[in-house]
Design a protein around this ligand. Structure first.
Ligand SMILES: Cc1cc2nc3c(=O)[nH]c(=O)nc-3n(C[C@H](O)[C@H](O)[C@H](O)COP(=O)(O)OP(=O)(O)OC[C@H]3O[C@@H](n4cnc5c(N)ncnc54)[C@H](O)[C@@H]3O)c2cc1C
Length: 323
């Protein structure tokens, strides 16, 4: 059973917008594992909840998800289908496949606009819009990302174990640790710095000591079929056979709603939250990669969604009891 979407008043604005009649207890922006789990918990807590998602998950590029219990190896699409089925059991939750375009705080309430030109009102919001990965500037890297080139050895290291792999790093702080980590899964390793001077002499000595070759030239492109890497081609004409690898992308926030609402950020670039997902702005909660930032894992995002939902419910209960 869905809540009514009846239109009650057009607003005076250059783009016609309509305010939908329900005042929700919570609007969740982003329906990945964080937002989905938050919706589940809020539904079970009998809270009227609207969950918005524009179906553009960070892990949509990958074929299987690993590293959490039941079921290991599930397709990301199937994960969402099961979650949506779970949520439909709770009549106070509605799902909107819409992109949220703006959120404004007005008199303690939030006005949420979507690309359908609809407006929703809610007492609280959970931002669970996740992160986006900015990949190194290499011609056809996105063809291979999520298929044979991954960002997280804990997620995909097992499937890539003992294969001839490349670690692509362009960043100093975590790069050396990343190489050591991938070495745990395959000893047949090379390091590519894609033209960037990221390794110091001592790091280079330690890497070479382990039999790992270092390629410091810029990568021109990858070769292979259907996203399965076969070869890496360098700008100086060198090439090397590799069956895949790991890369350190630059994660960025997928939305700037928290910034626009005035939320503080932590030192990693995640939205600053307390244990219950409360941000520095009353009524605004955040969950999943958007606040955790690292380690980015489905099970952590889902747990985080639960915590934010409990935070929302606790705060509304307190307020309602005292009113
Ligand atoms: C290639 C790759 C492979 C991975 N493999 C694994 C793995 O095997 N195991 C594992 O545990 N983790 C894996 N991860 C990490 C995992 O995908 C993330 O940690 C997890 O998806 C974070 O969940 P989330 O709910 O915070 O964000 P997301 O899953 O990114 O969901 C955010 C959602 O918000 C929506 N959204 C964003 N902006 C808006 C907007 N304006 N309006 C409406 N909706 C919006 C997006 O469409 C998206 O659906 C992988 C990541 C990548 C990149």
């Amino acid at each position: 059973m869905l809540l009514s979407d009846k239109i009650i008043r057009p607003l005076l604005s250059p783009i016609p917008r309509v305010l939908l009649n329900s005042l929700f207890d919570c609007a969740i922006i982003g329906g990945g594992p964080a937002g989905l789990n938050a919706a589940l918990v809020l539904g079970r807590a009998r809270r009227s909840t609207v969950l918005f998602d524009n179906d553009n998950a960070r892990n949509a590029v990958t074929q299987e998800s690993h590293g959490f219990i039941t079921p290991d190896g599930i397709r990301p699409k199937e994960f969402r289908e099961i979650a949506h089925k779970d949520i439909t059991k709770y009549p106070s939750v509605i799902y909107k496949e819409e992109k949220v375009t703006s959120i404004i705080k007005k008199d303690q309430l939030f006005e949420i606009a979507t690309d359908n030109k609809d407006l929703y009102q809610s007492k609280t919001i959970i931002i669970s819009t996740g992160l986006r990965d900015v990949l190194p500037d290499i011609e056809n890297i996105s063809t291979y990302y999520g298929k044979s080139l991954f960002n997280c050895p804990y997620c995909d290291g097992w499937e890539m174990r003992d294969k001839p792999l490349a670690v692509i790093i362009e960043e100093q702080t975590q790069g050396f640790h990343f190489i050591q980590t991938v070495f745990n899964w395959s000893k047949d390793l090379i390091v590519c710095t894609n033209g960037k001077p990221v390794l110091n002499p001592e790091q280079k000595r330690l890497i070479l000591n382990k039999g790992i070759k270092i390629f410091e030239n810029k990568i021109t492109k990858f070769e292979g079929e259907n996203g399965q890497m076969e070869k890496i081609i360098f700008e100086n004409g060198d090439s090397i056979i590799r069956k895949g690898g790991f890369v350190l992308p630059q994660p960025i926030q997928a939305s700037d709603f928290a910034k626009k609402l005035g939320c503080e950020y932590n030192s990693l670039g995640g939205i600053l939250v307390d244990f219950y997902g409360r941000t520095s702005v009353p009524g605004v909660y955040a969950a999943g990669d958007a606040s955790v930032f690292a380690p980015a894992q489905l099970i952590i995002a889902a747990a985080d969604g639960l915590k934010a939902a409990v935070g929302v419910n606790r705060d509304l209960i307190q307020k309602e009891f005292l009113d």
